[in-house]
Design a protein around this ligand. Structure first.
Ligand code: KG4
Ligand code: ZN
Length: 343
């Protein structure tokens, strides 16, 4: 079955063609340059960029996979959560195409697509697993008993982990997105230089919070009179701040994961989403899994950040739920947690 996946939830315009669970093409047009001067995604600019790019991205995905429109059997599209204007560009495109080609359409939850992206790399993963989505928009911990079945056990109460990377990078004048540059300059820094706080929840829940860490970095920068780096990012104090911040956020994520593992006793740990490419994070989670004789899995690098291959893959997994396109099908900007718990 040939499936077209479309992803426009934030600042990446993505289209992919899968033949069942095999990726034939996976095209992403990134808007990083458009948003970088603002230090974060500007929603209106993101929607406009999607409108400009979507035809070309879909055309390229079809060309690279040597797949004709007449060969498609299903269209899967991100319905939410995400930026409403951005989501509508992809969703309306998918609805129109499905009408015109008389194809079934599957609206996909972006967070669930991240959760399943780890299985797309072909690795055999022993379930149940603790599956964490750690991205710019989400930091959610799920207990996954079987495929397509997740229970939310904890989530951030404020910023997502990737958002914290982006905001700290903005504060230090390192550019956008923050994750890759913080990871890079951390290699030159001393991660024990500054003691930043790890969040604890007084109610004993598995929730996370990164606003305290973000404020601690801000306070440190103000107290020490540190100016934005202006091209000196490879030097102290930026490298030390980056390394200490990265260590703290990774340890925070790992501590929560350890607590969830103690309660739920899964076979495996899966980490997905844009932050899951971070090498320090991968190393620390691998160490923990080795000690506990558990498996740990991450998606292939190009499946960590937003992409349409994971959307098409979710379409393949849930193809029975696809329906003829419904005019009333609308985008959903927030993650409906109650819905998540029911599934
Ligand atoms: O999954 P994604 O593309 O978008 C959302 O669904 O939100 O994740 C983007 C996030 C950004 O916040 C970016 O700073 C972060 O992933 N990121 C990283 C790294 N590469 C990207 N965070 C830490 N280390 C990295 N190497
Ligand atoms: Zn995402």
């Amino acid at each position: 079955m040939k499936i077209l996946g479309i992803e426009t939830s934030c600042d990446e315009t993505g289209a992919a063609i899968l033949e069942d669970d095999t990726i034939l093409s996976n095209v992403v047009s990134s808007q990083v340059e458009v948003h970088s001067e603002y230090g974060g995604v500007v929603p209106e600019l993101a929607s406009r960029e999607h409108i400009k790019n979507i035809d070309y991205v879909i055309e390229e995905a079809l060309e690279k996979s040597e797949c004709g429109l007449d060969e498609l059997e299903l269209i899967a599209v991100t319905q939410g959560p995400g930026l409403i204007g951005s989501l509508l560009v992809g969703l309306n495109y998918a609805k129109t195409l499905a009408y015109a080609l008389d194809l079934p359409l599957l609206p996909v939850n972006h967070v669930k697509a991240h959760l399943e992206s780890v299985f797309l790399s072909g690795s055999k993963i022993k379930l149940p697993a603790v599956n964490m989505v750690i991205s710019g928009g989400h930091t959610h911990i799920f207990y996954q008993e079987e495929r397509l079945n997740y229970r939310l056990v904890g989530c951030t109460r404020d910023d997502a982990a990737g958002e914290a990377f982006d905001k700290v990078a903005k504060l230090l004048g390192l550019g956008y997105p923050g994750g890759p540059v913080i990871e890079k300059i951390s290699k030159e820094g001393d991660e024990t230089a500054i003691d930043f706080p790890i969040s604890t929840m007084s109610d004993g829940s598995f929730d996370l919070s990164f606003s305290g860490l973000k404020t601690a970095v801000l306070r440190y920068v103000r107290n020490e009179d540190i100016e934005p780096c202006e091209g000196k990012k490879d030097q102290k104090p930026y490298t030390d701040i980056a390394a200490s911040f990265q260590k703290t956020i990774v340890e925070d994520l790992l501590q929560k994961c350890k607590r969830v593992c103690r309660s739920y006793r899964p076979y495996s740990i899966c980490i997905t989403g844009g932050v899951s490419i971070n090498s320090r994070l991968r190393e620390r989670f691998r160490d923990f899994a080795r000690q506990k004789k558990m498996e740990v899995h991450f998606p292939e690098p190009d499946l960590t950040t937003d992409n349409a291959a994971m959307i098409a893959y979710y379409g393949f997994l849930a193809k029975e739920e696809a329906k003829p396109p419904d005019l009333r099908l609308n985008a959903i900007s927030t993650l409906d947690l109650n819905q998540e718990q029911k599934r």
